[in-house]
Design a protein around this ligand. Structure first.
Ligand code: AHR
Length: 659
């Protein structure tokens, strides 16, 4: 009987204290754990080329199917001339054919031959419709380039123009060809008007025959004005999340639809005309224009640690659509190819970090980046089925990287769900091999997030750390977003075992969404961050590396709709309080800041995201729910009425503490 009573008391104490703090490293003299070190890279982003996130999205190329590599294998009905049309402005006459005999690169097989028999008044050529048109802005410069091989002897006058839907000129440039070999030509078109859905036209202005490939048009103002760079508005919105890391290039895209479709990083570097384009598992096409160099560069530009995910030498278990008769399921590389596969991974690490004197480091330097990209993490596998084939290959890869690059932290994988067979087996592999970090994924209802805030409190601190590589609560309403916020306070509380976390997916082009919900929606002219985005942003911009227990208290320690956390950012010395309320009523929260050295009063920046539970941001109302920011004087012990369906962040600057 005595034993039973003691146990009850212990359990109650545990429940009361766990909401604020369950595992800590430091103890006060009274024995109560006060603070602990947590991951300094906790919140980052997951980028996958899904829903046109790369081509037609972040990658700023304005022309679609620039290398004539689309096929019906990418998507039913597509072919090398998709997004293009023959034009004979002014009654000229000619023929267009798709050829493969003498390509600009053997990696890039298809090109166009244009035979102009009658030039007419305005020339003969091709029109490109971009991705649902091309948005241009008056006075802005657009960098054009293409490869041409003259087949007829004489130099060919070429005119490139931007025009509106009715054919009205919006900007132009001209140049002359000068070679019967493949030659790159570049020029600049300045837009004379704003227009949201322009077309691009390339016209030959003489009777001639020539081959044409890799026809490209970029806004000159890409993010940080990088050549072959990122769309500035999208990149800026992403950078505004202040992500500590960026996972790329997926997702399922990584392990691919069959072995031949696995993402091969070596196919994505070097001059764009030499990159290997391929089908996108999400039923479109990857130009590989946004390749590994650009990913690394972008990570550096937004201050995020790169986290590339590589296939574990097996393809996606849904390859070929296993739910459809004829699907192939997971396929594994033959063991005889594993040495060379592992060498490719070592080469990637050398490409990112190696000196200019190394084979792959030299390629990075030649691409314009002399310094190392400071790669510290490599993920192996993406929510793979835990078959014997997977396990064998994962172990080979993991052991090899551990040996050749002990400085790299390998991230393993634990299936597509928060529990179940692959989850259990993934963790078994991680424990057996002592994999330092393991990637968990979950797409669940908001109620799941609210009832699982204690998930990591129980995790054994003596095994692998966790990367929550993909999570989302299946919706873009404020209720979804705030439920995620409640959960994220529990991630912070467990930031000693959870090393990283990233919402997924990041981007979706409106009209081309392969997956819902997403964090940021966009079309050619508008970017619509979801309410979930603002939750990610409030957490991303207010990250800390020390977690404090017993600072914030609700009235009911078992209230699963209230999430509380208090962290310090050691770099700035700022203290940050987060209060997430996914409940239907306001909640009273008490803050006790005395022990943290706050003088009687301090001025805090208060950021508040609040609204009705079903509200969301849309194209028509892109700012329906966004955070507001005000300064508020707080005492070192204060109560706060946290509104229903809200996230509040108080940031107390270092100079306000102990003043
Ligand atoms: O985030 C979308 C997809 O969800 C990812 O590609 C995959 O890893 C997961 O199943």
């Amino acid at each position: 009987m005595r034993k039973v009573i003691r146990l009850t008391v212990v359990v109650c104490l545990f429940v009361v204290s766990i909401n604020a703090f369950s595992q800590s490293n430091l103890k006060s003299t009274s024995g109560v754990k006060l603070e602990k070190k947590i991951s300094e890279n906790l919140f980052g982003i997951f980028f996958e080329d899904i829903s046109y996130a790369a081509d037609g999205g972040l990658y700023a190329e304005l022309l679609q199917n620039r290398s004539f590599e689309y096929t019906s294998n990418d998507k039913n009905g597509w072919n090398p001339l998709t997004a293009w049309e023959y034009v004979n402005k002014g009654y000229g006459y000619g023929t267009v054919s798709v050829e493969t005999a003498l390509p600009v690169s053997s990696n890039n097989r298809h090109y166009i031959e244009l035979n102009v028999e009658e030039v007419g008044k305005e020339g003969v050529g091709l029109i490109n419709f971009g991705y649902d048109g091309i948005a241009v802005r008056v006075g802005e410069k657009y960098d054009f380039s293409c490869f041409i091989r003259q087949i007829s002897d004489k130099s060919i006058p070429i005119r490139v123009i931007l025009q509106n839907k009715k054919g009205k000129l919006l900007g132009e440039a001209t140049f002359n060809t000068n070679s019967t070999k493949w030659e790159k030509y570049s020029t600049v078109i300045t837009a004379t008007q704003d227009y949201d859905s322009a077309r691009f036209v390339i016209l030959a202005k003489s009777t001639c025959k020539f081959a044409l490939d890799v026809v490209s048009l970029f806004p000159h103002k890409t993010f940080k004005e990088r050549a072959n760079g990122m769309r500035a508005d999208l990149a800026t919105i992403i950078a505004d999340l202040h992500p500590k890391f960026m996972r790329f290039p997926g997702g399922c895209l990584v392990h691919g639809d069959g072995l031949a479709n696995m993402y091969n990083w070596k196919n994505t570097i070097g001059p764009i005309e030499e990159r290997v384009e391929q089908r996108n598992i999400w039923n479109y096409h990857q130009t590989a224009g946004l390749g590994y160099f650009e990913y690394f560069q972008f990570c550096e530009d937004i201050g995020a640690q790169p986290l590339p995910i590589l296939p574990a030498a097996v393809s996606c278990q849904n390859s070929g659509g296993t739910w459809v008769v004829g699907g192939t399921g997971q396929r594994a590389l033959p063991l005889s190819e594993m040495n060379s596969y592992i060498q490719d991974i070592n080469d990637l690490i050398e490409y990112a970090n190696g000196a200019a004197t190394t084979t792959w480091g030299a390629k990075r330097v030649a691409a314009g980046h002399a310094a190392s990209f400071n790669l510290r993490y490599v993920g192996i596998g993406n929510e793979d089925k835990m078959t014997p084939e997977f396990k064998e290959r994962f172990e080979l890869i993991y052991s090899a990287i551990k040996k050749s690059h002990p400085e790299i932290t390998v991230v393993g994988t634990a299936g597509p769900a928060p529990s179940g067979e692959d989850f259990e087996k993934g963790w078994e592999v991680a424990k057996k091999l002592s994999v330092p970090v393991i990637d968990e994924h979950y797409y669940e209802k908001p109620t799941w997030f609210l009832s699982n805030t204690h998930r990591y409190d129980q995790y054994d601190r003596n095994h692998s750390q966790v990367y929550i590589g993909e999570y989302a609560s299946q919706g873009n309403t404020l209720f979804n977003a705030v439920s995620e916020a409640v959960y994220m306070t529990s991630i912070e509380r467990n930031g000693d075992i959870v090393k990283m976390a990233s919402y997924a997916p990041l981007l979706a082009r409106i009209g081309n969404t392969s997956w819902n919900p997403d964090l940021i929606y966009f079309n050619n002219v508008q970017v619509v961050p979801s309410v979930n985005y603002y939750v990610q942003q409030l957490f991303g911009r207010n990250q800390g590396d020390v977690y404090y227990n017993s600072v914030l208290f609700g009235t009911d320690a078992q209230d699963s709709t209230l999430g509380l956390s208090c962290v310090k950012d050691s770099k700035t010395g700022d203290l940050i309080l987060k209060i997430a309320n996914a409940g239907t009523t306001a909640k009273t929260v008490t803050a006790n800041l005395k022990k943290l050295g706050i003088a009687k009063t301090a001025v805090a920046q208060k950021q508040l995201l609040v609204g009705q539970p079903n509200e969301q941001n849309t194209l028509l109302e892109p700012k329906k729910v966004i955070p507001t920011s005000t300064d508020q004087t707080i005492g070192n012990s204060f109560t706060y009425e946290s509104p229903a369906f809200s996230l509040t962040v108080f940031r107390i600057k270092a100079n306000e503490i102990k003043k």
